[in-house]
Write a protein that binds this ligand. Structure first.
Ligand SMILES: [Cu+2]
Length: 357
Protein backbone atom coordinates (compact mmCIF):
# COMPACT_ATOMS: atom_id res chain seq x y z
CA UNK A 1 0.00 0.00 0.00
CA UNK A 2 2.91 2.30 0.59
CA UNK A 3 5.42 1.19 -1.99
CA UNK A 4 5.92 3.75 -4.66
CA UNK A 5 7.67 2.94 -7.93
CA UNK A 6 8.34 5.61 -10.51
CA UNK A 7 6.71 5.00 -13.90
CA UNK A 8 10.16 4.63 -15.45
CA UNK A 9 11.16 1.84 -13.03
CA UNK A 10 7.84 0.09 -13.64
CA UNK A 11 8.42 0.30 -17.37
CA UNK A 12 11.90 -1.21 -17.06
CA UNK A 13 10.62 -3.90 -14.67
CA UNK A 14 7.82 -4.66 -17.11
CA UNK A 15 10.38 -5.41 -19.83
CA UNK A 16 12.65 -7.49 -17.57
CA UNK A 17 10.30 -9.48 -15.34
CA UNK A 18 7.71 -12.18 -15.98
CA UNK A 19 4.20 -10.76 -16.45
CA UNK A 20 2.96 -11.75 -12.96
CA UNK A 21 5.60 -9.50 -11.36
CA UNK A 22 5.26 -6.64 -13.78
CA UNK A 23 1.49 -6.42 -13.38
CA UNK A 24 1.64 -6.15 -9.60
CA UNK A 25 3.09 -2.84 -8.44
CA UNK A 26 2.94 -4.13 -4.84
CA UNK A 27 5.34 -6.96 -5.47
CA UNK A 28 8.50 -6.79 -3.42
CA UNK A 29 11.01 -9.62 -3.06
CA UNK A 30 10.79 -9.62 0.75
CA UNK A 31 7.38 -8.10 1.17
CA UNK A 32 5.54 -11.24 2.16
CA UNK A 33 8.37 -13.78 2.12
CA UNK A 34 10.73 -14.45 5.01
CA UNK A 35 14.32 -13.28 5.10
CA UNK A 36 17.10 -15.85 5.27
CA UNK A 37 17.60 -16.90 8.89
CA UNK A 38 19.48 -19.42 11.00
CA UNK A 39 17.78 -18.03 14.11
CA UNK A 40 15.10 -19.15 16.54
CA UNK A 41 11.63 -19.80 15.18
CA UNK A 42 10.10 -17.62 12.53
CA UNK A 43 12.39 -15.43 10.40
CA UNK A 44 11.79 -11.66 10.13
CA UNK A 45 9.17 -10.79 7.56
CA UNK A 46 6.76 -8.06 6.68
CA UNK A 47 3.12 -8.85 7.29
CA UNK A 48 0.65 -6.83 5.26
CA UNK A 49 -1.92 -5.24 7.56
CA UNK A 50 -5.11 -3.37 6.74
CA UNK A 51 -4.18 -0.22 8.62
CA UNK A 52 -7.72 1.14 8.37
CA UNK A 53 -8.95 -1.71 10.60
CA UNK A 54 -6.61 -0.77 13.47
CA UNK A 55 -7.48 1.86 16.05
CA UNK A 56 -5.54 5.12 15.92
CA UNK A 57 -4.29 6.92 19.03
CA UNK A 58 -2.95 10.46 19.09
CA UNK A 59 -0.04 9.74 21.41
CA UNK A 60 1.68 6.39 21.80
CA UNK A 61 4.15 7.67 24.42
CA UNK A 62 4.05 6.65 28.06
CA UNK A 63 4.79 9.66 30.24
CA UNK A 64 8.09 9.43 32.14
CA UNK A 65 6.33 10.14 35.46
CA UNK A 66 3.75 7.38 34.92
CA UNK A 67 5.02 4.81 37.41
CA UNK A 68 3.84 3.46 40.78
CA UNK A 69 5.59 4.63 43.98
CA UNK A 70 8.13 2.46 45.83
CA UNK A 71 6.55 -0.40 47.80
CA UNK A 72 6.39 0.34 51.54
CA UNK A 73 5.13 -2.98 52.94
CA UNK A 74 7.50 -5.30 54.77
CA UNK A 75 5.89 -8.66 53.88
CA UNK A 76 5.52 -10.66 50.67
CA UNK A 77 2.18 -10.71 48.90
CA UNK A 78 0.57 -11.86 45.69
CA UNK A 79 0.64 -9.00 43.19
CA UNK A 80 -1.62 -9.12 40.13
CA UNK A 81 -0.95 -7.44 36.79
CA UNK A 82 -3.35 -7.37 33.84
CA UNK A 83 -1.92 -6.39 30.47
CA UNK A 84 -3.59 -6.14 27.07
CA UNK A 85 -1.80 -6.42 23.74
CA UNK A 86 -3.04 -3.77 21.35
CA UNK A 87 -1.80 -3.06 17.82
CA UNK A 88 -2.36 0.62 17.09
CA UNK A 89 -1.58 3.28 14.51
CA UNK A 90 0.05 6.40 15.92
CA UNK A 91 2.63 9.09 15.29
CA UNK A 92 6.29 8.06 15.37
CA UNK A 93 7.61 11.49 14.41
CA UNK A 94 5.72 14.64 13.36
CA UNK A 95 4.08 13.72 10.03
CA UNK A 96 5.16 10.06 10.20
CA UNK A 97 2.70 7.30 11.13
CA UNK A 98 3.50 3.70 12.11
CA UNK A 99 1.78 0.52 13.37
CA UNK A 100 2.90 0.06 17.00
CA UNK A 101 2.48 -3.19 18.91
CA UNK A 102 1.88 -2.32 22.56
CA UNK A 103 1.32 -3.53 26.09
CA UNK A 104 -1.77 -1.54 27.19
CA UNK A 105 -1.67 0.97 24.33
CA UNK A 106 1.59 2.79 25.06
CA UNK A 107 5.31 2.44 24.39
CA UNK A 108 6.91 1.43 26.64
CA UNK A 109 4.32 -0.74 28.42
CA UNK A 110 3.30 -0.05 32.04
CA UNK A 111 5.99 0.12 34.72
CA UNK A 112 5.36 -3.01 36.79
CA UNK A 113 6.45 -3.06 40.42
CA UNK A 114 6.57 -5.83 43.02
CA UNK A 115 8.67 -6.66 46.08
CA UNK A 116 11.25 -9.42 46.38
CA UNK A 117 9.55 -12.62 47.57
CA UNK A 118 6.18 -11.67 46.06
CA UNK A 119 4.17 -14.05 43.92
CA UNK A 120 3.45 -12.16 40.73
CA UNK A 121 0.32 -13.10 38.78
CA UNK A 122 0.34 -11.93 35.16
CA UNK A 123 -2.83 -12.02 33.04
CA UNK A 124 -2.40 -11.29 29.36
CA UNK A 125 -5.22 -10.52 26.94
CA UNK A 126 -4.72 -10.10 23.21
CA UNK A 127 -7.20 -7.63 21.72
CA UNK A 128 -9.47 -9.24 19.10
CA UNK A 129 -8.32 -6.82 16.39
CA UNK A 130 -4.66 -7.91 16.75
CA UNK A 131 -3.07 -9.49 13.71
CA UNK A 132 -0.50 -11.57 15.66
CA UNK A 133 -0.16 -13.78 18.71
CA UNK A 134 1.90 -12.24 21.52
CA UNK A 135 3.50 -13.35 24.78
CA UNK A 136 5.71 -12.06 27.60
CA UNK A 137 9.22 -12.85 28.82
CA UNK A 138 9.96 -11.04 32.08
CA UNK A 139 13.63 -10.97 33.00
CA UNK A 140 12.53 -11.07 36.66
CA UNK A 141 11.27 -14.66 36.17
CA UNK A 142 13.34 -17.70 37.17
CA UNK A 143 12.25 -20.47 34.79
CA UNK A 144 12.39 -21.52 31.12
CA UNK A 145 11.36 -18.83 28.66
CA UNK A 146 10.87 -16.23 31.40
CA UNK A 147 7.12 -16.86 31.24
CA UNK A 148 6.80 -16.85 27.47
CA UNK A 149 5.95 -20.58 27.27
CA UNK A 150 2.95 -20.06 29.56
CA UNK A 151 1.68 -16.85 28.08
CA UNK A 152 1.29 -16.89 24.30
CA UNK A 153 -2.15 -15.56 23.40
CA UNK A 154 -3.87 -15.50 20.03
CA UNK A 155 -6.09 -12.49 19.18
CA UNK A 156 -9.10 -12.54 21.51
CA UNK A 157 -7.49 -14.95 24.03
CA UNK A 158 -6.56 -14.50 27.72
CA UNK A 159 -4.03 -16.49 29.80
CA UNK A 160 -2.65 -16.22 33.34
CA UNK A 161 0.55 -17.45 34.97
CA UNK A 162 2.30 -16.82 38.29
CA UNK A 163 5.98 -16.48 39.17
CA UNK A 164 7.93 -15.87 42.35
CA UNK A 165 10.17 -12.80 42.31
CA UNK A 166 13.34 -14.30 43.78
CA UNK A 167 15.72 -11.43 43.05
CA UNK A 168 15.42 -7.67 43.53
CA UNK A 169 16.43 -5.53 40.57
CA UNK A 170 15.35 -3.62 37.48
CA UNK A 171 14.30 -5.96 34.71
CA UNK A 172 13.13 -5.74 31.12
CA UNK A 173 9.97 -7.45 29.97
CA UNK A 174 9.16 -7.96 26.30
CA UNK A 175 7.13 -10.01 23.87
CA UNK A 176 8.82 -13.31 23.02
CA UNK A 177 6.71 -14.54 20.12
CA UNK A 178 8.74 -15.27 16.95
CA UNK A 179 10.05 -13.41 15.12
CA UNK A 180 11.03 -12.01 18.54
CA UNK A 181 13.06 -8.93 17.49
CA UNK A 182 10.25 -7.83 15.16
CA UNK A 183 7.73 -8.03 18.02
CA UNK A 184 10.02 -6.14 20.42
CA UNK A 185 11.11 -3.39 18.05
CA UNK A 186 7.50 -2.58 17.14
CA UNK A 187 6.95 -1.50 20.76
CA UNK A 188 6.48 -4.56 22.98
CA UNK A 189 8.76 -3.83 25.93
CA UNK A 190 8.69 -2.31 29.41
CA UNK A 191 10.33 -2.49 32.84
CA UNK A 192 9.42 -4.56 35.89
CA UNK A 193 11.12 -3.47 39.10
CA UNK A 194 11.39 -5.89 41.99
CA UNK A 195 11.92 -3.65 45.01
CA UNK A 196 14.52 -4.86 47.50
CA UNK A 197 13.48 -6.09 50.95
CA UNK A 198 14.49 -2.84 52.66
CA UNK A 199 13.30 -0.62 49.81
CA UNK A 200 15.16 2.06 47.88
CA UNK A 201 16.90 5.14 49.32
CA UNK A 202 14.34 7.93 49.59
CA UNK A 203 14.05 10.37 46.68
CA UNK A 204 11.59 13.14 45.82
CA UNK A 205 10.61 11.84 42.39
CA UNK A 206 11.09 8.83 40.15
CA UNK A 207 11.01 8.67 36.34
CA UNK A 208 10.68 5.94 33.71
CA UNK A 209 12.53 6.15 30.37
CA UNK A 210 12.97 3.47 27.73
CA UNK A 211 14.86 3.49 24.47
CA UNK A 212 13.55 1.68 21.41
CA UNK A 213 14.44 1.39 17.73
CA UNK A 214 12.16 1.71 14.71
CA UNK A 215 13.02 0.29 11.33
CA UNK A 216 10.89 2.05 8.74
CA UNK A 217 10.89 1.26 5.04
CA UNK A 218 11.22 4.96 4.26
CA UNK A 219 14.20 7.05 5.36
CA UNK A 220 14.42 9.12 8.55
CA UNK A 221 12.01 12.04 8.21
CA UNK A 222 9.95 10.56 5.35
CA UNK A 223 6.37 11.58 5.95
CA UNK A 224 3.14 9.63 5.74
CA UNK A 225 2.51 6.04 6.79
CA UNK A 226 5.67 3.92 7.11
CA UNK A 227 5.87 0.14 6.93
CA UNK A 228 8.24 -1.92 9.09
CA UNK A 229 11.44 -2.93 7.27
CA UNK A 230 12.69 -6.37 8.34
CA UNK A 231 15.67 -5.92 6.03
CA UNK A 232 16.88 -2.84 7.93
CA UNK A 233 16.37 -4.66 11.23
CA UNK A 234 18.54 -7.57 10.06
CA UNK A 235 21.20 -5.00 9.10
CA UNK A 236 20.78 -3.31 12.54
CA UNK A 237 20.22 0.05 10.84
CA UNK A 238 17.30 1.76 12.61
CA UNK A 239 15.91 4.93 11.06
CA UNK A 240 14.59 6.10 14.46
CA UNK A 241 16.04 5.56 17.94
CA UNK A 242 13.55 7.08 20.35
CA UNK A 243 12.67 7.35 24.01
CA UNK A 244 9.21 6.43 25.28
CA UNK A 245 7.77 5.47 21.95
CA UNK A 246 8.21 8.42 19.64
CA UNK A 247 10.32 11.42 18.70
CA UNK A 248 10.05 14.33 21.21
CA UNK A 249 7.99 12.33 23.74
CA UNK A 250 10.20 13.67 26.56
CA UNK A 251 10.04 17.33 25.60
CA UNK A 252 7.25 19.89 26.18
CA UNK A 253 4.56 18.34 28.41
CA UNK A 254 6.55 15.08 28.46
CA UNK A 255 9.63 16.74 29.98
CA UNK A 256 10.95 15.56 33.32
CA UNK A 257 9.95 18.42 35.65
CA UNK A 258 11.58 18.86 39.05
CA UNK A 259 12.28 21.55 41.63
CA UNK A 260 15.73 22.78 42.55
CA UNK A 261 17.21 20.83 45.44
CA UNK A 262 15.14 17.71 44.77
CA UNK A 263 16.72 14.30 44.54
CA UNK A 264 15.45 12.12 41.70
CA UNK A 265 15.79 8.54 40.50
CA UNK A 266 15.55 7.63 36.81
CA UNK A 267 14.91 4.04 35.75
CA UNK A 268 16.34 3.72 32.24
CA UNK A 269 15.62 0.65 30.12
CA UNK A 270 16.56 -0.39 26.62
CA UNK A 271 14.27 -2.59 24.55
CA UNK A 272 16.94 -2.76 21.83
CA UNK A 273 16.90 -4.58 19.49
CA UNK A 274 20.44 -3.76 18.36
CA UNK A 275 21.89 -0.66 20.04
CA UNK A 276 23.13 -0.01 23.55
CA UNK A 277 22.22 3.29 25.19
CA UNK A 278 24.94 5.58 26.59
CA UNK A 279 22.79 7.56 29.00
CA UNK A 280 24.02 11.06 29.86
CA UNK A 281 22.58 14.34 31.13
CA UNK A 282 24.32 17.44 29.80
CA UNK A 283 25.40 19.66 32.71
CA UNK A 284 24.85 17.07 35.44
CA UNK A 285 26.75 14.22 37.08
CA UNK A 286 24.97 11.16 38.47
CA UNK A 287 25.47 11.03 42.24
CA UNK A 288 24.72 7.30 42.20
CA UNK A 289 24.42 4.69 39.46
CA UNK A 290 23.28 1.09 39.81
CA UNK A 291 25.07 -0.30 36.75
CA UNK A 292 22.85 -2.54 34.61
CA UNK A 293 20.13 -2.10 37.25
CA UNK A 294 22.00 -4.40 39.62
CA UNK A 295 21.10 -4.39 43.30
CA UNK A 296 24.68 -3.97 44.48
CA UNK A 297 26.25 -0.90 46.08
CA UNK A 298 25.98 1.99 43.62
CA UNK A 299 28.86 3.76 41.92
CA UNK A 300 29.26 7.45 42.61
CA UNK A 301 29.96 10.50 40.42
CA UNK A 302 29.33 8.90 37.04
CA UNK A 303 29.00 10.97 33.84
CA UNK A 304 27.55 8.37 31.43
CA UNK A 305 26.06 4.95 32.13
CA UNK A 306 25.66 2.11 29.67
CA UNK A 307 22.23 0.55 29.23
CA UNK A 308 22.58 -2.64 27.23
CA UNK A 309 19.96 -3.86 24.78
CA UNK A 310 17.73 -6.04 26.91
CA UNK A 311 18.85 -4.34 30.11
CA UNK A 312 18.44 -1.33 32.36
CA UNK A 313 20.25 1.11 34.61
CA UNK A 314 19.25 3.32 37.52
CA UNK A 315 20.65 6.77 38.19
CA UNK A 316 20.10 9.09 41.15
CA UNK A 317 20.98 12.76 41.30
CA UNK A 318 20.26 15.90 43.29
CA UNK A 319 19.58 19.00 41.22
CA UNK A 320 21.66 21.68 42.91
CA UNK A 321 21.27 24.19 40.09
CA UNK A 322 18.24 25.25 38.01
CA UNK A 323 17.49 25.44 34.29
CA UNK A 324 17.04 23.06 31.36
CA UNK A 325 19.16 19.94 31.01
CA UNK A 326 19.27 17.72 27.92
CA UNK A 327 19.15 13.95 28.41
CA UNK A 328 20.65 12.00 25.54
CA UNK A 329 22.35 8.94 24.14
CA UNK A 330 25.96 10.12 24.12
CA UNK A 331 26.69 7.88 21.19
CA UNK A 332 25.75 11.28 19.91
CA UNK A 333 25.75 10.43 16.21
CA UNK A 334 22.24 9.13 16.97
CA UNK A 335 20.89 12.35 18.40
CA UNK A 336 19.11 13.27 15.16
CA UNK A 337 17.29 9.94 15.18
CA UNK A 338 15.36 10.94 18.32
CA UNK A 339 17.12 9.63 21.46
CA UNK A 340 16.90 12.69 23.68
CA UNK A 341 14.71 14.37 26.28
CA UNK A 342 14.54 17.37 28.56
CA UNK A 343 14.89 17.76 32.34
CA UNK A 344 13.49 21.09 33.54
CA UNK A 345 14.60 22.26 36.98
CA UNK A 346 12.49 25.06 38.42
CA UNK A 347 14.48 27.42 40.65
CA UNK A 348 17.16 30.06 40.76
CA UNK A 349 20.70 30.03 39.34
CA UNK A 350 23.25 29.32 42.06
CA UNK A 351 25.93 32.05 42.20
CA UNK A 352 29.40 30.72 41.47
CA UNK A 353 28.37 27.39 39.89
CA UNK A 354 28.42 28.56 36.26
CA UNK A 355 28.99 32.15 35.18
CA UNK A 356 31.16 34.55 33.23
CA UNK A 357 33.90 36.30 35.25
CU1 LIG B 1 4.38 -10.06 20.17
Amino acid sequence: MCLRFSPLILLVLGMLLPPAFAENPHHHPHRSGHLPSVGLGEAPHFHEVDVDKLARVDDIARRPYDLPPPIQRKKSETVKFKLEFRELVSTLSPGTEYVFWTFDGTVPGPFLRARVGDNVEVTLTNHPTSTHSHSIDLHAVTGPGGGSELSEVKPGETRTFVFKALHPGVYLYHCATPNVPSHITNGLYGLIVIDPEDGWPEVDREFYIMQGEFYTRGALGDRGFQDFSPEKMMQEQPEYIVWNGRVRSLTGPGSLQVKQGERIRIFVGNGGVARSLNFHIIGEIFDAVYPEGAMSPPRHRVQTTLVPAGGASVVELTLENSGDYILLDHAIARIDRGSYGLLKVEGQPVPGLLSTP
